[in-house]
Design a protein around this ligand. Structure first.
Ligand code: KG4
Ligand code: ZN
Length: 342
């Protein structure tokens, strides 16, 4: 039984052997946050407390089993919003104790990459992994699920955050990524000349804040004066141009990561890995350069619990078992935090 509540999705899944999803439920609060233009941490945390017992119940019912069928409880315990994480971590501790099974705590970002195992296709290691989500945009050299090193990533905004902010500038709604993706399909990616920051830089670093500002100035005019009056075609052109710039940066740096490591197996994860432009560009690049690519299904790219189960299985196999002292870790901290008493 895997649980996830690091941001605004409350999710549970029953996963067998880290590969087969027996049942899964995701309760999203995204609609509640549309009015706010983003996640309000305290509201998200309260939602998790309300939804967690129900999503666990629903998963067991969907699978047609009772708790006796569960042989471990897994939870994404870091990083994330600490109030949000607390929901799934507390629930997982209670369930593991009540069901007398091991508790496995995993890293949410690494779980995004482990989602490729849910495809049933073969995944080769080592691989270069790109996690692009609302909170993270980083490249990793992975030796095994959950075991690897950070190669580089964003120095300011995450790619998903940039999509969400671009959608806010264009007044398209929240979350912005899927809306921009849809609009981009009918727009001209060359209509707006937008920067591809750090693309020619040797460092494996991404930056999206300049791109966001360039879009803002272009759309609203310098100092907010003289805004463009964009009709549906104009909005589609802006969306397509913005998406093309983000995709060029993500794929350009992926190529750089492959060149630097000599590793030609590539995996993607995180909400932005749903993006149709990114998926197409990565597949094209793979064909051109002879890489193999593992892409999770879109429902396993955005936050979900099946990915937690996918990573928990190899962790359990390696004996990485947690206990009641497990506490959630907010974004920015590394590794599990344990209570030290006396
Ligand atoms: O992985 P995720 O669900 O949550 C985090 O761990 O952050 O990612 C959410 C992010 C949001 O910023 C959302 O706008 C973006 O993923 N996203 C997309 C698409 N679908 C979701 N971005 C671009 N294109 C999409 N199709
Ligand atoms: Zn995530």
């Amino acid at each position: 039984m895997a649980l996830e509540s690091s941001c605004d999705e409350t999710a549970a899944a029953l996963v067998e052997n880290g590969r087969e999803v027996i049942a899964e439920v995701v309760a999203s609060q995204a609609d509640d946050f549309a009015a706010w233009g983003g996640v309000v941490p305290e509201i998200a945390a309260r939602g998790h407390v309300a939804y967690l017992p129900t999503v666990v119940e629903q998963v067991l019912r969907q699978a047609g089993v009772d708790s006796a069928a569960v042989d471990a409880v897994a939870v994404a315990a870091w990083p994330g919003l600490v109030g949000s994480l607390l929901g799934a971590v507390s629930t997982a501790k209670v369930l593991a104790r009540r069901w007398k099974v091991p508790l496995v705590a995993v890293d949410h970002i690494q779980a995004h990459l482990a989602a490729v195992h849910l495809n049933h296709s073969r995944v080769d290691y080592p691989l270069v992994g790109l996690v692009a989500s609302g909170g993270h945009s980083h490249y990793y050299l992975m030796e095994a699920p959950g075991q690897g090193s950070l190669l580089g990533g964003t120095i300011d905004d995450a790619a998903g955050e940039a999509f969400d902010k671009a959608a806010a500038i264009l007044e398209l709604g929240y979350p912005g990524g899927p809306i921009i993706d849809r609009l981009a399909q009918i727009g001209d990616p060359k209509a707006f000349d937008l920067p591809r920051s750090l693309l020619k830089d040797d460092r494996l670093a991404l930056s999206f804040s300049g791109l966001k500002t360039a879009l803002l100035y272009r759309v609203k005019g310098p100092k907010g004066r003289d805004p463009l009056q964009l009709d549906q075609d104009g909005l589609a052109d802006a969306a397509a141009s913005f998406q093309a710039a983000v995709v060029a940066c993500l794929v350009g740096k992926l190529q750089q990561a492959v060149q630097a490591t000599g590793v030609t197996h590539v995996a993607l994860g995180g909400g932005v890995a749903c993006n149709s432009g990114l998926r197409k560009a990565v597949r094209q690049c793979a064909e051109t350069h002879g890489w193999t690519v593992s892409l999770p299904e879109p429902r396993h790219c955005i936050d979900n619990a099946a990915m937690v189960g996918a990573l928990a299985a190899p962790c359990l196999g390696r004996g990485e078992i947690s206990d009641d002292t497990l506490a959630p870790l907010p974004t920015g901290a590394a590794g599990p935090r344990r209570l030290k008493i006396g």
